[in-house]
Write a protein that binds this ligand. Sequence first.
Ligand SMILES: [Zn+2]
Length: 201
Amino acid sequence: MVLKNLVLLLFITFSIQPLFFIPINSPDRKDFSKIQLTDIGKYGLIRKARKTVPSHLHTGIDIKRPTNNYIDQPVYPIAKGLIISKRIDGPYAQLIIEHKINNKTIWTVYEHIAGITAKLNETVNPDKPIARFMNKNELNKYGWQFDHFHLEILKIKPIRIKPDHLQPERLYNSYTLICFKQSDLEKYFFDPIEFLKENLH
Ligand SMILES: [Zn+2]
C-alpha cells in the first residue's frame, strides 16, 4: 500500500513538472509578461528589404535585455532539448534546439546571442544558460540594433544544410527570411508569446 502511494506520488510529481520557462533572467520565469520586446520586436511585423535580404515577415520576437547587465546577461533555453546547430559568426551567432515534449517535437532558435556555452549535440536544460546577450564591447562593434535577442519557435523541422569550414557546426537553417505571407508564417512558426502564454503553467 505504501509503495503504491509512493509510486502514485512520484507519478504526480513528475507529471506536473513544469516544462517551459521564459528564456531570460527573472524572479519569475513562469511569467510571460516579464518578456519585453523592442519597438520592432513583435512577431509577424513586416521587415523592410535590406541590401541582401528581401522584405519579409518577422518570424520571431526580439526580446529586450531584462536588466542593465551589459556584461553577462544570460539567455536560457525555454525547455529541455538537444542542440542541433550552432553558429558563432559575430552578430548572427545562433543556436537551434530540438525539443521532444509530450510526444510532440518543436524547435527553438536563439539568435544575435554571444558567449555561447552550449555544445553541439548537448542536452540543455532551462535552468542553465546557453549563451548571453551581447556585451557593451560587442554592441559597439556590431551595432546597438543588436541590443536584444531573437527567439523563434518552429512547428516544422529546420532545413538541413551542408556545413562549411567556417561554420562546421552550423547544421540547420531556420525559415527566417522566406516568410512573405501570414500563411507562410503560420506554416512554420508559433507566435512565441502566444506559445509561452499557453505553455508556461
Ligand atoms: Zn528578430
